[in-house]
Design a protein around this ligand. Sequence first.
Ligand SMILES: [Zn+2]
Length: 80
Amino acid sequence: MTAALSVIIPSPAADAAHDAAHETLARFRHGAYSVPCDTCHAPAGMLCRSRRAVCIERRVAYREQHQAVTLVPLLVGRAR
Ligand SMILES: [Zn+2]
């Protein structure tokens, strides 16, 4: 959504907002930034080398880990 906005209305403020959004996600290890990147060797909580982008392998690793983390509590809750 933010990327599309910066394409429609290019401005330094939109660029700064987009950069800040990625930096905030990385700082709090949210989403794909919660796992390290095997492609550009960025540790968890750090940005990938490419600006405003996350490597594909990092997204895949996050999705696999996220599914594993959320699946277990559901199964434990039903077993009780
Ligand atoms: Zn990366």
